[in-house]
Write a protein that binds this ligand. Sequence first.
Ligand SMILES: CC(C)(COP(=O)(O)OP(=O)(O)OC[C@H]1O[C@@H](n2cnc3c(N)ncnc32)[C@H](O)[C@@H]1OP(=O)(O)O)[C@@H](O)C(=O)NCCC(=O)NCCS
Length: 213
Amino acid sequence: MDNSETDGFATVRSSLPTLPLPSNSERPTLTTTRLLIRPLQPTDLEAIYVLRTRPEVMKWTSAGCIDKDIEKTREVLNRFLPPNDTATLNYAICLKSTGELIGQGGCHLYRAKHGWPEVGYMLREEFWGQGLATEFLGAWLQFWGRLPRTEREIRVQKAMVTDEGRVPEQLIAIIEPSNGASQKVLLRSGFEPFREFTEADDKLVAFRFFPSK
Ligand SMILES: CC(C)(COP(=O)(O)OP(=O)(O)OC[C@H]1O[C@@H](n2cnc3c(N)ncnc32)[C@H](O)[C@@H]1OP(=O)(O)O)[C@@H](O)C(=O)NCCC(=O)NCCS
């Protein structure tokens, strides 16, 4: 059963990053010890296609399968390029040493159907297990936390809030319970698991992060 359709929604007050978000041309490149986290650009199409045609990577994503052709990848990439860039905060994840694009990550849904912004990330599998996703998420969360905020009313799924009225801002990540690597990245980065649910026959776990805490 798709619980998301049947769960009730509540109107709450919270702060959220001010919309429009910084455009690709305004937002900074973030650097870490090993990574260059830069705005996506149209010329990333080929590299994103390589990433999104890796079955081992894509099976863990909400798509669940590889892109059928480069036009599908173009459609996905276009969600993060002008004029759509100010509604999301997704970045290219590149190696600092070579500039090679090895993944992408950030806020791909603002807001997601549960009502809160949602974060995700993916790396080509030859770069897994070196702490790179944790390095990416730490830098990205710092940037997300520093964005200007606006207090406003939002509709969120009741199961996705702790209280009624004014609630602390949340950032959500949704993964499969068997995604041990991603679970570890989230826990290490300050997220907590708080809800298990089923959607289109898939078991999922929602993790939340409180940017103001
Ligand atoms: C999730 C993903 C980004 C992690 O990337 P990564 O760079 O390997 O992550 P990190 O190295 O920072 O951390 C992963 C940790 O999980 C551990 N790990 C790997 N597989 C694991 C498993 N099955 N169970 C438990 N822990 C596991 C690693 O050993 C590592 O821990 P360590 O540093 O203590 O050794 C990568 O696996 C990926 O792209 N997966 C496909 C897409 C995806 O799942 N995205 C998340 C959905 S939003």
